[in-house]
Write a protein of this length. Structure first.
Length: 462
């Protein structure tokens, strides 16, 4: 069997005694589980480790696989330069993975390396594996902004390449869980944090990897998770294989979830091929969402889909639009999301068209085609996009930040001709200070520049 199994590990630097200096005892269960998992992998005697880390190079539209003959890394950034690892890369296997990925239409390769050093997401599990006697070549892979299915499919390429070259491989999925488990933790508390950890650890214990692929994107974002895409890639590497799932530990002592799990392969199981099942679930979710879209969102979708598929904008308004769309003028923002991640957002502070309908039509095209942060939306993506439309109320000047509320009000920060706007109720923007800082930076306004503040409300359509 080319895939011997997988190990799912966290990567807290404090876990290493040289960094923790005693604090590692506070997560002793994690340390014990890491040592037990590493010892098990050593008994498997792998030829190669496939290490997926959230902290190596990450691109929105590309899977980066570390190039070269090998790499080294240490824990200098965490005050322990004496903790150092050197690894050899399995070049032929890497080339085969890239070749198979490209055959499947996945954007993957060795381009775009920024720092050849091993990141701590790869280095920490490797420290435990080395101490257990595992000293084989590795492949180091980054995650991406691609969908859960595309991460799964890249994992499939890993297994196929290992089988083609006769490698006995172990997949190492490095990733912490939620970063928002405790109010006194470094990232604070969100109620979604414990929910995410519970669902993920239940999946680890059951081995039902379909649940990794179908995790709710909003839940994941609000939980500030770290490793889910590595787990999805690992699931693909174990596609069609029977595993014996073992959840060895789970802790949240410091407000961040750390889990250790093992998945030794015990044979083949055609019932554990999850790509088709995921596509069915995802299609049903998209159809349900689309059926429940209101006329504002339906108009945005129609506008962008028409433009992408024909090259021409809508020439006239569709019949039967609500009067609010045709009789009023207002600024509006259209936001696109794909797999829970922003895919484009463009809007207008004040009306530029004769009514809200035409404002939405123009801004939907701009969100999909002209947002400089993203490549233009392609026709094959259209069915996967989720839309929201924010119709802006009249801005009003405020005298003090005390009059702001990031959940209720958006802000406009102005200094001369420079202006920055931020919509209300955005994920990760929890305080007035955060809201003002982001809006100021968007407008190119320095921290010491004098600026005026306006607030506005929106009607959000999904």
């Amino acid at each position: 069997m080319p895939m011997l199994g997988a190990i799912l590990t966290p990567h807290p630097p404090v876990l290493l005694p040289e960094v923790g200096r005693g604090r590692e005892c506070e997560i002793n269960a994690t340390g014990q589980a890491m040592r037990a998992a590493a010892a098990e992998v050593a008994r498997w005697k792998p030829d190669v480790l496939i290490v997926a880390s959230p902290h190596t190079v990450l691109y929105g539209n590309y899977f980066h696989i570390a190039p070269g003959a090998g790499a080294a890394g240490d824990m200098s950034a965490f005050g322990a330069p004496q903790v150092r690892i050197e690894v050899e890369y399995d070049g032929p296997l890497r080339d085969e993975i890239v070749r198979r990925a490209r055959e499947k239409g996945l954007e993957a390769g060795t381009l775009g390396q920024r720092n050849p050093a091993l990141d701590h997401g790869a280095l920490i599990p490797l420290v435990f594996l080395r101490k257990a006697g595992v000293d084989c070549p590795i492949i180091r892979m980054g995650l991406s902004g691609f969908s859960s299915l595309e991460h799964y499919r890249l994992g499939q390429c890993v297994a196929e390449a290992a089988e083609a070259l006769g490698r006995r491989a172990v997949f190492v999925a490095s990733g912490d869980l939620s970063h928002k488990l405790k109010s006194n933790g470094p990232y604070g508390f969100a109620p979604e944090g414990p929910v995410f950890d519970r669902r993920v650890t239940e999946t680890m214990a059951s081995g039902d990897f379909l649940r990794f692929l179908t995790m709710d994107a909003d839940l994941c974002q609000r939980a500030a998770e770290c490793g889910l895409r590595a787990f999805q890639m690992m699931s693909g590497a174990l596609d069609g294989l029977a595993v014996e799932p073992r959840l060895l530990s789970h802790e949240g002592t410091f407000g961040v979830g750390y889990a250790v799990a093992l998945f030794p392969v015990t044979g083949r199981d055609e019932g554990r091929r999850y790509a088709a099942a995921f596509q069915q679930v995802r299609q049903a979710q998209l159809e349900e969402r689309r059926a429940n879209e209101d006329p504002w969102v339906q108009l945005a979708r129609l506008s962008l889909e028409t433009y992408v598929r024909t090259g021409d904008p809508l020439g006239q308004l569709p019949a039967g639009l609500p009067q609010e769309l045709t009789s009023q003028a207002a600024g509006a923002f259209v936001s696109l999301h794909k797999d829970g991640r922003l895919r484009g957002c463009i809007g207008t502070i004040a009306p530029t068209q004769r009514n809200v309908a035409w404002e939405i039509i123009q801004n939907a095209i701009s969100a999909g085609i002209r947002d400089p942060r993203f490549p233009a939306v392609r026709a094959r993506e259209l069915d996967e996009l989720e839309y929201s439309v924010d119709v802006l109320g009249e801005p009003e000047t405020v005298d003090s930040p005390d009059q702001l509320d990031p959940r209720q009000y958006g802000v406009i920060v102005s200094c001369g001709q420079r202006r920055g706007l931020l919509l209300p109720d955005l994920e990760g923007v929890d305080t007035v200070a955060q809201q003002l800082d982001i809006a100021r930076q968007k407008g190119g306004i320095g921290a010491e520049d004098p600026y005026q503040i306006q607030r506005f409300q929106v009607v959000r359509h999904r």
